[in-house]
Design a protein around this ligand. Structure first.
Ligand code: ATP
Ligand code: MG
Length: 475
C-alpha cells in the first residue's frame, strides 16, 4: 500500500528522504506519527528509523536545515534529535531488542526494519512509511495495523504475554491508547494484561503517572479506569480507588457503588472542562468514603466527614504516585474538602454567613467547585437530578448576590497584621493573629461591613475588651 504523497507532504519528510538517498540509507517515518496521520489526529513529534546509523542521517539533516536547527546526539542510545522551531524529529537506527526478567531496558543490537517493527508495542504503532525518493509513501504494515486502525483494535504484533512481560509499561500504554482513541483491547491482548499484571511492579511511578495523565486528559477518562480495574491493574497501582468498589448490604439496604459513581462524576467533569486537576478532584472527591462508612440502624449507611478524611489522604496519595506536591495538590485538596458544602447551603434557613464563608474558603476556585458539585449529581431519577441542579442554581444565585455586595471571593482582611501591631504597640505575637482572625470572622458573619474604617473601629473595640496592647499615646 502507498500513501499518496500529498498526504505526507511535510517538507521536512522529503528533505530527510533526500539526505538518506545521498547516504544510501533506507529510512522510514514510523510509529505514533504514522498512526495519527491515518487517524487524522494532530501529531507533533516525528520518529524516523534508519536501517544503519540514525545519528549519521540526523547530522546530515541538521546540516541541510542550517541556521536555527539544533542537533542533539545520544551516543549511548544510538539516537539523535533534530529540532527546528516547532518541529522535532527523533532518529534511531533499526534495532532488535532482547529482554531480561528484572528490567524493562532491553539489550539492543542493530537490526532490520522488520526487527524494528517487531519491537513495537501495538500493531497500530508498528506502521512505517518509506521516505526514500524511489519508494516515497510506501507503507509497511506487517501485522495488519491498518485493519486494526479501521476496526479500532489495540493488539500486540507478537505474543502478548512476551510483549507485556518484556516491558510491562506497554500494559499501561495499551489501556491509554484504548482510552485516547476510543478503541477496544483485543481479547488476547486483554487476557495477557490480566495474566502479566503483577509485572507492573518493575515500572517506575513516574512512567505510570505519565500514562494516567494521558488517560485523565482523554474525552472519556472512565474508559481507562474501568480497563485498569477489569485487568486487575488497579489495586496494584491505585489501591485507594480500588477500595471504592462494591456494594455492601445490611438489612437489605445497600449503598451505591462509589467507584462507578466516581467514574460518572469524572466523565461529567470531563464533558465540561479540560482542567486536568479538576478532573483529578472529581476522581478523588469520594476517596475518603471507605474509611468513613458506617451502618447506623436508624439512618442506614453514612459517610460522615468523608470529604475531610479524603482531603487528608491526598498528600500521601500524591506523594506515592509522584503527583506534584505543590499548588496542584492544594487545589485538589481544597475541592475534595469543600465538595459537600454547597449542598448544605440549599436550605432557605441558610445564613449569609455560611455562604460568605464558603466564598472565602473557595476563593477563585468557587466556579470549579460548583462545576464539581453539579457533576456529582448522578442519580438515575431524572426528577431528582433536575431538582438538585435547580438547588445549586439557587446557591449560585445567593453567592452572586453576596459577592456583589461584600466582595468576599478574594477577601483580604482590611486591617493587616502590620497595622494591628502599630495601632496597639504590639510586637509580632499570637494575639495579633487572633485579632486579625476576629476581624475576619466579624466580616464573614456580617457584623461589620468589609471596609477598612469599620474594621479598624471593631479591632480597637475588641482589643480594649480583651485588654490587649495599648492604644497609641498611652504609656
Ligand atoms: P504518543 O506520542 O501519543 O504518546 P506514541 O505512540 O507516539 O504516542 P511514543 O512514546 O512517542 O508514543 O513512542 C513512539 C513509538 O515508539 C510508538 O508509536 C511505538 O511504536 C514505539 N514505542 C514507544 N514506547 C514503546 C514501548 N514501551 N514498547 C514498544 N514500543 C514502544
Ligand atoms: Mg509520539
Amino acid at each position: 500500500m502507498t500513501i499518496p504523497a500529498k498526504d505526507i507532504n511535510l517538507p521536512i519528510l522529503h528533505l530527510i528522504g533526500e539526505e538518506a538517498d545521498k547516504l544510501h540509507l533506507e529510512c522510514y517515518v514510523i510509529g505514533g506519527w504514522v498512526r495519527d496521520l491515518l487517524l487524522h489526529r494532530h501529531s507533533k513529534d516525528i520518529d524516523v528509523v534508519v536501517v544503519g546509523s540514525g545519528i549519521e542521517l540526523a547530522r546530515a539533516v541538521a546540516l541541510r536545515l542550517g541556521k536555527g536547527a539544533h542537533l542533539a546526539v545520544f551516543k549511548t542510545y544510538g539516537t539523535a534529535q533534530v529540532k527546528k522551531g516547532e518541529q522535532e524529529v527523533e532518529f534511531v537506527g533499526a534495532r532488535r531488542e532482547s529482554y531480561r526478567h528484572e528490567s524493562r531496558n532491553p539489550i539492543v543490537e542493530d537490526g532490520t526494519l522488520e526487527d524494528d517493527q517487531n519491537r513495537r508495542d501495538f500493531t497500530i504503532n508498528a506502521l512505517a512509511i518509506c521516505l526514500n525518493s524511489d519508494r516515497y509513501g510506501v507503507l509497511l504494515d506487517p501485522f495488519g495495523g491498518i485493519d486494526d486502525l479501521q476496526e479500532g483494535i489495540i493488539r500486540t504484533p507478537l505474543d502478548p504475554d512476551i510483549t507485556f512481560s518484556d516491558d510491562p509499561l506497554r500494559m499501561m500504554r495499551g489501556i491509554r491508547f484504548a482510552t485516547q482513541l476510543g478503541f477496544y483491547l483485543d481479547r488476547e491482548t486483554f487476557d495477557a494484561i490480566e495474566r502479566n499484571r503483577e509485572r507492573i511492579g518493575i515500572i517506575t511511578k513516574e512512567r505510570i503517572v505519565d500514562e494516567l495523565q494521558k488517560i485523565m486528559l482523554s474525552r472519556k477518562p472512565s474508559v481507562g479506569w474501568l480497563l485498569l480495574d477489569k485487568t486487575g491493574l488497579l489495586p496494584l497501582i491505585f489501591p485507594e480507588l480500588s477500595a471504592l468498589k462494591g456494594i455492601e448490604t445490611v438489612e437489605g439496604r445497600g449503598h451505591k457503588d462509589v467507584f462507578l459513581h466516581t467514574l460518572k462524576v469524572l466523565d461529567n467533569v470531563a464533558d465540561k472542562s479540560d482542567n486536568l486537576w479538576l478532573r483529578w478532584a472529581a476522581l478523588l472527591h469520594d476517596i475518603g468514603k471507605p474509611r468513613s462508612k458506617q451502618w447506623e440502624p436508624n439512618t442506614g449507611w453514612t459517610f460522615k466527614n468523608h470529604n475531610y478524611i479524603g482531603a487528608k489522604m491526598l498528600q500521601g496519595i500524591f506523594k506515592r504516585m509522584k503527583l506534584p506536591l505543590n499548588d496542584k495538590l492544594d487545589y485538589v485538596r481544597k475541592l475534595v474538602d469543600l465538595h459537600m458544602r454547597p449542598i448544605n447551603l440549599i436550605e432557605d434557613t441558610v445564613t449569609d454567613s455560611a455562604v460568605r464563608r464558603l466564598l472565602f474558603e473557595a476563593g477563585d476556585d468557587i466556579d470549579d467547585l460548583m462545576l464539581l458539585c453539579d457533576a456529582d449529581i448522578t442519580s438515575k431519577n431524572e426528577e431528582k437530578v433536575q431538582r438538585y441542579h435547580r438547588n445549586y442554581e439557587l446557591v449560585r444565585q445567593k453567592m452572586r448576590e453576596l459577592e456583589e455586595r461584600d466582595r468576599i471571593r478574594n477577601f483580604q482582611p482590611p486591617v493587616m497584621g502590620e497595622e494591628i501591631m502599630q495601632l496597639l504597640g504590639l510586637e509580632p505575637c499570637k494575639e495579633v493573629g487572633e485579632l486579625k482572625m476576629a476581624v475576619k470572622d466579624a466580616i464573614l458573619d456580617g457584623i461589620i461591613p468589609n471596609e477598612h474604617d469599620a474594621a479598624k473601629a471593631y479591632l480597637l473595640q475588641i482589643a480594649a475588651e480583651r485588654g490587649i496592647g495599648k492604644v497609641k499615646g498611652e504609656r
